[in-house]
Design a binder for this molecule. Structure first.
Ligand code: SAH
Length: 360
């Protein structure tokens, strides 16, 4: 029998659900004892005892209510359950292994002290997730100009390249040669849904093309999407990703989808600071390089049309959003902040935030 119980939850419109879920989870406030509830237009996120209602209501326009939500039934044979049988209890007490999935590659984050169990962890993951063909572990921090976080294969096929599916698109990516995070899919969709017909859009740090392609898919009548990327390998895969997605993106328009794709989506290889001043003016500029975006803000402002929008990503310590907004306001005389959206955590107490700016 399914048991239900009254629990405090955040009620929020469905379109903000994914973002709210990540934010609550990054603060450790999402209860894992109850299922997420649904009504026709809203989602109900169960909150745990430590959740701060004030902080939640400040971040989101929703309400906090007591609701009847279904209790989570522990699945037999799930990864975490099976892991308990595979490695000794004193080992699991050191922490749980978490992982991201990119295509058919699982990337494990193995807590310190659990390294000698990594083969067992990998084996368990492949047993519970037959679609995973490669299990790797994180082998470095995110580093260098290309923002790559190296991985090392520990089980399965020996490769770091895969095809990841997101928002109805396919992305070829090599995790040891290109940056890619599967956690940003919802945020890319948010941006893509803002684009209007005939806009000229620039993605300053395009990677293998996930923003550019999501934008074109949601708004095939976009005038042009230019993607600038300094990593040559990523640009090659970006070009390939345009080819493999052309039908999914432009299939609804009259004409040859590949010809339309090659005309409307332009991958360029080079340094954004050098290239962007030569590309003319844009209605919208996306800056997904949170660590360094401030170094490129001047160039972006100069490349934006009057009334244009800039999506400026940055890392913000919890409680320091006002400071980050002030830095943006100081960058130009006529600039208006229209929104700030938290889209994931970078480290404990440091969030990735997108500040949406409009040039008046
Ligand atoms: N938009 C992509 C990639 C974001 S990571 C995605 O969402 O997956 C940031 C990207 O910026 C990396 O691919 C990195 O190689 C690129 N980059 C870093 N410095 C750059 C510069 N000066 N000019 C252009 N691209 C740059």
């Amino acid at each position: 029998m399914l048991t239900k119980k009254m629990v405090r939850c955040l009620k929020i419109k469905k379109q903000y659900g994914e973002q709210a879920k990540r934010w609550l989870a990054s603060n450790g406030w999402l209860s894992n004892e109850h299922m997420i509830g649904k009504t026709q237009r809203y989602l109900l996120f169960p909150l745990n005892k430590s959740a701060s209602v004030d902080a939640i209501l400040k971040e989101f326009s929703g309400s906090v209510e007591e609701r009847n939500l279904q209790k989570v039934q522990k699945k037999e044979g799930s990864f975490k359950e099976l892991l308990k049988d595979t490695i000794q209890k004193r080992e699991t007490d050191r922490g749980t292994a978490s992982y991201d999935v990119v295509g058919d590659i699982a990337v494990l984050d193995i807590p310190k002290g659990l390294e000698r169990c990594e083969k067992s962890i990998a084996w368990t993951l492949r047993r519970t997730h037959p679609n995973i063909k490669v299990v790797a572990k994180r082998a470095s921090i995110t580093e260098g100009e290309y923002r790559i976080r190296k991985i090392k294969v520990i089980s399965g096929e020996s490769r770091t390249e895969t095809i990841h599916r997101e928002n109805g698109l396919k992305f070829r990516v090599d995790l040891n040669k290109d940056y890619f995070s599967p956690r940003l899919g919802t945020e890319r969709l948010r941006i893509a849904n803002l684009v209007k017909p005939n806009e000229r859009v620039l993605v300053m740090f395009a990677g293998v093309g996930p923003y550019a392609l999501a934008i074109a898919k949601q708004q095939p009548k976009v005038k042009e999407v230019v993607g600038v990327e300094i990593n040559e390998h990523a640009v090659e895969l970006f070009k390939d990703n345009i080819r493999i997605n052309s039908k999914a993106v432009f299939g609804s328009l009259r004409g040859n989808p590949l010809a339309i794709a090659e005309k409307r989506i332009k991958p360029l290889c080079g340094d954004a600071n050098e290239l962007v001043p030569r590309l003319g003016r844009f209605d919208r500029i996306v800056m997904p390089l949170p660590k360094l975006a401030h170094e490129f803000l001047d160039v972006a402002i100069r490349a934006a049309k009057k009334g244009g929008t800039i999506h400026f990503y940055t890392f913000v310590k919890v409680g320091e959003l006002a400071k980050a907004k002030q830095l943006c306001r100081a960058a130009a005389k006529k600039i208006k902040i229209t929104r700030a959206v938290t889209c994931g955590a970078y480290a404990p107490y440091i969030n990735r935030v997108c500040i949406d700016l409009q040039l008046c």
